[in-house]
Design a protein around this ligand. Structure first.
Ligand code: ADP
Length: 489
């Protein structure tokens, strides 16, 4: 089977969060399984800076209609393979399996999606270009994919393009589409005038197609027209059928319920491995968990905390946005700092929340330390050094941080929602709390401290957490099975 993965992000080429991790890991795992897979990504500034010497210019130029205008882009390519130590190795190759779509005006920018002051004004146009450019490239290179696997709103117009503008192209005759929803909270909703640059006619601006409360909704189109829709955990696949979690698309999703599948994400065990992790101060494993203490000592120093090693060290690591529950955590903090633990924050997000955390840090400097930055290396150090990690999300499609922290023997304290329910065993590998409110979180933290004080119980929890299997191989097999089902439709 010939598979295309088309995404706005994939680690290690580009990443702002879970989408990047997941697509990068899926690509790697499909390669390991011997699947004929090609990955298509925008050639962002960040990608260019890090991989310019690993890619080759294919010398192919493609043109894409954006409204009345025709925009041209270049195509770069590299060949990726996995070495014996499970590393992804990249070499320049004109006809490789990773393709980067270059358009300097759209993608050579400071950040991937926008700066602190807001998203880029032409977000829709950048990804319409990306989606159509991919289809043009398939035509030029005669790529006849059996499955085109789209991810999130950025590429979710593709299923409709294939049924309309690109219907006559012979190279798509056998192509089926799968759309993976990584987060239903981000749908790509734009003013209706956006329709003018998509290439679709106004006759498609109605409730059973592009229209969504007078706007254009990219993700809705993907849900309606993809052959299969997947989301990233079985629980989230059920939750999004309800008004509480459906973000207005629950009705559309219910219509396609027979083609909606929840496949749990995994994590890349090569990158997230306390035994070999080059970023952490001392490597450790289930057999030699003592090494974790050195990481805690280091993290305490990094935070300028002058406490005994037995003081519980708890972290928040993630985007500082309301989805991640940072608001209830902020509400809970004045109460939490009265307890025995100290708190580290690593994340970026909305200004309002970043400032609130800074404010709290000034108020309680001996209890709170924050790093308002996106820093891969620090993230590894936090996962390795902390005793617990707070994940109070309002909703969580799958969540990777809880799986990563368990892998590092760091106990997740999560809200009982979405992928947390599918991955955390209450009282065994982590703690779950029910209500989206500070009081419920504080109650869970009390349970955490209670377990922490019982050294033996806490040790057992750490070991059980580390022994859980969140490797990608299982998830990948489920995707391969679904590709097969799509092909046989
Ligand atoms: P989401 O995709 O919703 O942000 P996930 O839990 O699925 O959340 O994935 C988050 C990923 O981003 C994890 O790999 C996490 O370690 C990483 N991450 C989040 N914030 C930061 C940060 N400030 N610095 C480094 N890595 C981060």
């Amino acid at each position: 089977m010939k598979i295309a993965l088309i995404s706005a992000e994939a680690y290690p080429f580009s990443k702002t969060g879970g989408l990047g991790d997941v697509v990068g890991a899926l690509f790697k795992e499909l390669l390991k399984e011997g699947i004929d897979v090609k990955l298509f990504l925008p050639y962002y500034r960040e990608t260019k800076n890090n991989f310019y010497d690993k890619v080759e210019n294919t010398e192919i130029v493609y043109g894409v209609s954006i409204g009345e205008a025709k925009k041209f882009g270049a195509l770069l390519s590299a060949r990726a393979y996995i070495d014996e130590e499970d590393n992804l190795i990249l070499t320049p190759d004109k006809r490789g399996n990773v393709y980067f779509l270059e358009h300097n005006y759209y993608y050579d920018r400071e950040q991937i999606y926008g700066t602190k002051y807001g998203g880029y004004f032409d977000e829709a146009e950048r990804f319409i270009f990306f989606s159509k450019a991919f289809l043009e490239i398939c035509k030029i290179l005669n790529f006849q994919f059996n499955v085109i696997h789209c991810h999130d709103w950025h590429t979710s117009l593709i299923p409709l393009y294939l049924r309309t503008i690109y219907r006559e192209s012979s190279c798509f005759e056998k192509s089926k589409t799968i759309l993976t929803i990584h987060n239903l909270g981000y749908q790509g909703v734009f003013p209706k005038e956006t329709l003018n640059i998509t290439g679709f006619g106004w006759e498609m601006f109605h409730i059973d197609c592009l229209e969504f409360y007078g706007m254009v909704n990219f993700l809705k189109v993907g849900i309606l027209y993809a052959d299969f829709i997947t989301t990233v955990s079985p629980t989230y696949a059920k939750e999004i059928l309800t008004p509480e979690y459906g973000f207005g698309l629950e009705g559309v999703l219910r219509k396609r319920q027979d083609r909606l599948v929840g496949i749990l994400n995994g994590i890349d065990y090569r990158i997230w491995n306390p035994q070999t992790d080059p970023y952490i101060v001392e490597n450790y494993s289930v057999e030699n968990i003592k090494g974790k203490e050195k990481n805690k000592e280091y993290l305490m120093k990094m935070a300028c905390f002058n406490y005994d090693i037995n003081t519980p060290l708890i972290a928040f690591l993630g985007r500082m946005v309301s989805q991640k529950g940072i608001d209830i955590l902020i509400d809970a903090l004045p109460e939490l700092v009265k307890k025995e633990g100290v708190f580290i924050f690593l994340g970026t997000g909305e200004y309002f929340y970043e400032n609130k955390i800074k404010e709290m840090e000034y108020k309680f400097p001996f209890k709170i330390k924050s790093f308002i930055t996106f820093d891969e290396e620090k993230a590894h150090k936090v996962y390795a050094g902390a005793d617990g990690i707070i994940l109070p999300s309002k909703y969580e499609p799958c969540g990777l941080s809880q799986m990563i922290s368990m892998r590092y023997g760091t106990i997740p304290i999560c809200r009982k929602t979405g992928g947390f329910i599918d991955t955390v065993d209450e009282g065994q590998t982590g703690l779950l709390f029910e209500n989206y409110e500070a009081a419920s979180l504080i109650e869970a933290m009390d349970r955490f401290f209670h377990h922490y004080r019982d050294g033996e119980k806490f040790h057992k929890m750490k070991i059980s957490a580390m022994e859980k299997d969140f490797s990608w191989s299982k998830s990948c097999k489920n995707y391969i099975k679904l590709y097969g089902e799509a092909i046989n439709l």
